[in-house]
Design a protein around this ligand. Structure first.
Ligand SMILES: C[S@@+](CC[C@H](N)C(=O)[O-])C[C@H]1O[C@@H](n2cnc3c(N)ncnc32)[C@H](O)[C@@H]1O
Length: 235
């Protein structure tokens, strides 16, 4: 992917936005529909080369507990969904992009994947032991993050755990024509301390936050936060 803006790239028409599908949602869906197969190819074996990510995900699986019902929100090709399923979680995946879901179903045939937006989840209040957002909140505008974290809090049972992963920084990275596809999208970078504040404001207790330095071809540090929806005595 190149970070150089390209005026020939095609962004979805803002006029196509609806109250349930605002412009940033339509743009995100179009971007990932275009690149799903290339993205899956690029990231299929990435966890194998990232022991710290595997450690975060394994610790998270242990915190949730075997058999815990978990939703991997913005699951993409399902690499994290599959990893958590193999660690005993009752995990399902959700994504905006039908092309990403097609890859995820093909590569994880025993796991259930559904189309939907993590801003409006079709899960009952308090019905999940875990919510995972691994590099998927990076396309949600900052002003929508309080609503996003409130939605995560709503669907988690008291005592349930949230895992967030995102790139650290202050400026978005703009991707144009990834792998030559005529699409464009901003990838937001965020400060872990600000994300922790927003999680706390949404009712979470932040248990753990860590930042690791860039590895492989990465250009920024990466952050991982684990937070819990408090049980009544914690409040
Ligand atoms: C950078 S990819 C990460 C995919 C996967 N979590 C991983 O780590 O490989 C971001 C994914 O989040 C999805 N996504 C972004 N915003 C979303 C939303 N509001 N609801 C559901 N999925 C979303 C995109 O479609 C895309 O598949």
């Amino acid at each position: 992917m190149t970070a150089t803006p390209d005026p020939t790239s095609v962004a979805p028409d803002p006029a196509s936005a609806t109250p349930t599908s605002p412009h940033f949602v339509a743009a995100t869906r179009a971007f990932y529909d275009a690149i799903a197969e290339d993205y899956a190819e690029r990231f299929r074996d990435e966890l194998a080369a990232k022991p710290l990510e595997r450690a975060v995900l394994s610790a998270y699986a242990e915190l949730v507990g075997a058999g815990g019902r978990v939703a991997d929100l913005g699951c993409g090709p399902g690499r994290v969904t599959g990893f958590l399923g193999a660690r005993g979680l009752d995990v399902c995946g959700l994504d905006l992009s039908e092309s990403m879901l097609a890859v995820a179903r093909r590569e994880n045939p025993t796991i259930r994947f559904e189309r939907g937006s993590m801003l409006e989840l079709d899960f009952a209040d308090g019905s999940l032991a875990g919510v995972v957002s691994f590099y998927s909140s990076i396309h949600t505008p900052v002003e929508k993050l309080p609503a996003l974290f409130t939605e995560f809090h709503r669907v988690l049972a008291p005592g349930g755990h949230l895992l967030l992963a995102f790139q650290v920084g202050d400026e978005p990275r703009h991707f144009d024509r990834p792998w030559g596809h005529p699409v464009t999208l901003d990838f937001e970078r965020r400060r872990p301390e600000r994300m922790a504040e927003l999680l706390t404001a949404a009712g979470f207790a932040v248990l753990w936050r860590t930042v690791r330095e860039p590895v492989l071809a990465e250009s920024t540090p990466h952050a991982f936060l684990i937070a819990r929806r408090p049980t009544a005595p914690d409040v």
